[in-house]
Design a protein. Structure first.
Length: 230
């Protein structure tokens, strides 16, 4: 279990504080009424999100340093990393869902490590986390290795003796998504449009083991790796 401590170093805390606060500052507010609404209703929870985000990122960066995987001082001169932190901070402040905030934090951690993806890819992936629903990320993760996903999550996989479909695969993983074909189809099409998924249509009948095949693209694998804890 991760140990809890204060933000470890003043330089790191100050830099993350500045970048995260800039995320709040970038939210447009116009007019006296809007300004009062922001101050009374929105500012406190946004500030809470900013503080939680800043400390979460700082703690995990410190742990990576303690493991010998990076030097925090070097990050101050890494312009690509600073840009990634700024973009991820803005997205994290806009989102309350823990899965998306965790994915954004993981993106920052991976951006801090040697051999991180090129800057344009980092920006592309962070933007996708920001605009995707959690179901985009969950389903993409399922499509990477369906058999391993069911085993990892302690769920009995569907028994596809003769035929199968992606819809049946997804609803076996999440029964609450039954009868939500249109919703799932939008997600599948968007993952395909973004170049993260390559496979059949949602309701297409396949062979018994067809639905268990890997369907993430090389870009999809890179997205999952970048948004998973190093």
């Amino acid at each position: 279990m991760m140990k809890t401590h204060e933000v470890p170093e003043a330089t790191l805390k100050d830099r993350l504080h500045t970048l995260a606060k800039a995320g709040i500052a970038s939210i447009p507010v116009a007019g006296a009424a809007a300004s009062e609404l922001f101050t009374v209703i929105l500012a406190p929870p946004l500030e809470k999100r900013r503080i939680e985000w800043m400390n979460d990122v700082a703690e995990h960066l410190k742990e990576l340093e303690e493991r010998g995987e990076l030097n925090l001082e070097d990050l101050q001169d890494n312009e690509t990393f600073i840009t990634t932190v700024m973009q991820a901070s803005q997205a994290a402040i806009r989102n309350h869902q823990s899965e998306k905030r965790e994915a954004l934090r993981n993106a920052v951690l991976n951006a801090a490590l040697p051999h991180a993806p090129e800057e344009s890819i980092q920006q592309l992936f962070i933007n996708q986390v920001d605009t995707f629903t959690v179901w985009h990320m969950r389903i993409l993760d399922l499509f990477k290795e369906p058999p391993a996903w069911f085993e990892r999550n302690g769920i009995t996989p569907p028994d596809f003796s003769f035929t199968s479909s992606l819809e049946e695969l997804i609803t076996a993983a999440w029964p609450d998504l039954k009868d939500r074909y249109e919703f799932l189809n939008v997600i599948i099409q968007e993952l395909k449009t973004k170049g993260l998924y390559s496979g059949g249509e949602l309701g297409t009948t396949m062979s018994g083991g067809g639905a268990f095949q890997k369907r993430t693209t090389k870009m999809g694998n890179s997205f999952l790796k970048f948004t998973t804890a190093p």
